[in-house]
Design a protein around this ligand. Structure first.
Ligand code: NAD
Length: 375
């Protein structure tokens, strides 16, 4: 079976779905690994490194591959090159209207969406969302530190004492916790808030201060470990209660998400106005609509003297390690699907069935199908 790894063609994407160190394990599993020339260059993995580990370097890999490992969703022209019946594993953005899902079904592709891997214990090593959130949380802090007109740490110098920056992190999931750790390491005073009370201990173990808001959050966590959506009245109260924290912060990093919903708006224009000029908001929820009302996805904007950064695809800005982590999760998933060097689908297994979007010419994921049918 041939595993094909194409060069990602989406503008701005610097990651690659496989790194050289993982080639030998695929070969040991009886697979032939074919990497498109230049596929890893932008991430720091030259063709020769792949070849040294036993991969074949080809000018085009899609037409011959039985399994295709991707980062970004395949484009229309890419899908047209896929061999009928091939398997593709990668981010598919299956809920976006422009998704290529129908085309994948039309070509009888068996397509697995990495973002739909269930977050269960045995799939932890395949949890790509956590891996990429780790990168984003780290990079968000560095972006803020690079643009803030202040130091992060407390400094006592002959030229006077510098007070540390105050960083407020909203949402202490995977990205938020990584942001807390990174901001602490840079010496900032870090506060964080999350609607799930269970994260208090995690915030404190990283040296952050968990902000207490007098909000009823007993019921804020779903069985899956994710946040539940709250009423607009709740969000209104939360905004009022966070106002003083936000106004006092030099940097606010927002990561608050509720699965399957648009991100809640937790910072209004009035709240931005209350911040000191020169302060920074990094809105990691930008791609899901943003936690700040003034965020423009993919843009840096200055509003009322506050720089609001709405990054898209932050993981791609740390392409070496993001590729290493991504490749680890995607190859672990591929190994899960293999038996004796061949793809062997057990459709009764949640880990196989959960991320499966198209198979044998059909869209087989019920939620994706319902989303495509519209409201
Ligand atoms: P996420 O990206 O969906 O959300 C980020 C954070 O935003 C969450 O912590 C959420 O509680 C918070 N949030 C939502 N609404 C908010 C609001 N109004 N105000 C403040 N914060 C708000 O989630 P995530 O970071 O991917 O994961 C969240 C949790 O899921 C983890 O901490 C963990 O408990 C669980 N998880 C489990 C596994 C597993 O394998 N079992 C893997 C990853 C994550």
């Amino acid at each position: 079976m041939i595993v094909g790894v194409p060069r990602e063609k989406t503008a701005g994407e610097r990651r690659v779905a496989l790194v050289p160190d993982l080639v030998p394990k695929l070969k040991q599993a009886g697979l032939d690994v074919c990497v498109e020339a230049g596929a890893g260059t932008a991430a720091g993995f030259a063709d020769a490194l792949f070849a040294d580990k036993g991969a074949r370097i080809e000018q085009a890999v899609l037409a011959a591959a039985d399994v295709i490992l991707k980062v970004q969703p395949p484009t229309g022209p890419e899908i047209e090159q896929f061999k009928e019946g091939a398997v593709v594993i990668g981010f598919l953005q299956p809920y976006t209207p422009e998704a290529a899902i129908t085309k994948l079904a039309g070509r009888k592709i068996t397509a697995f969406a990495m973002e739909l891997i269930p977050r269960i214990s045995r799939a932890q090593s395949m949890d790509v969302l956590s891996a990429m959130s780790t990168v984003a949380g780290y990079k968000a802090v560095l972006m803020a530190a690079a643009q803030l007109p202040k130091f992060f740490p407390l400094l006592m110098t002959a030229a006077g004492t510098v007070t540390p920056a105050r960083v407020f992190i909203i949402g202490a999931g995977v990205a938020g916790l990584q942001a807390i750790g990174t901001a602490k390491r840079l010496g900032a005073v870090v506060e964080a808030y999350d609607t799930r009370p269970a994260v208090r201990e995690q915030v404190e173990s990283l040296g952050g201060k968990f902000v207490e808001l007098a909000l009823e959050t007993k019921d804020a966590e779903a069985k899956t470990g994710y946040a539940k959506a709250q009423s607009e009245e709740f969000y209104q109260k939360q905004r009022e209660m966070m106002l003083t924290r936000i106004a006092a912060a030099d940097v606010v990093i927002t990561t608050a998400l509720v699965p399957g919903k648009k991100a809640p708006v937790l910072i209004t224009e009035e709240m931005v106005r209350a911040m000191r000029p020169g302060s920074i908001i990094v809105d990691l929820a930008a791609e899901q609509g943003g936690n700040c009302a003034l965020t423009e996805p993919g843009q840096d904007v200055v509003r009322h003297g506050v720089l609001i950064i709405g990054p898209n695809n932050l993981a791609s800005t740390v392409p070496f390690h993001a590729s290493q982590m991504y490749a680890r999760t995607v190859t672990n998933y591929l190994h899960h699907l293999l038996k004796d060097g061949r793809i062997n689908l057990d459709l009764t297994d949640d880990l196989t069935r959960g991320p499966l979007v198209t198979h044998q010419g059909e869209i087989v994921h019920e939620v994706v199908k319902a989303a495509m049918a519209g409201p």
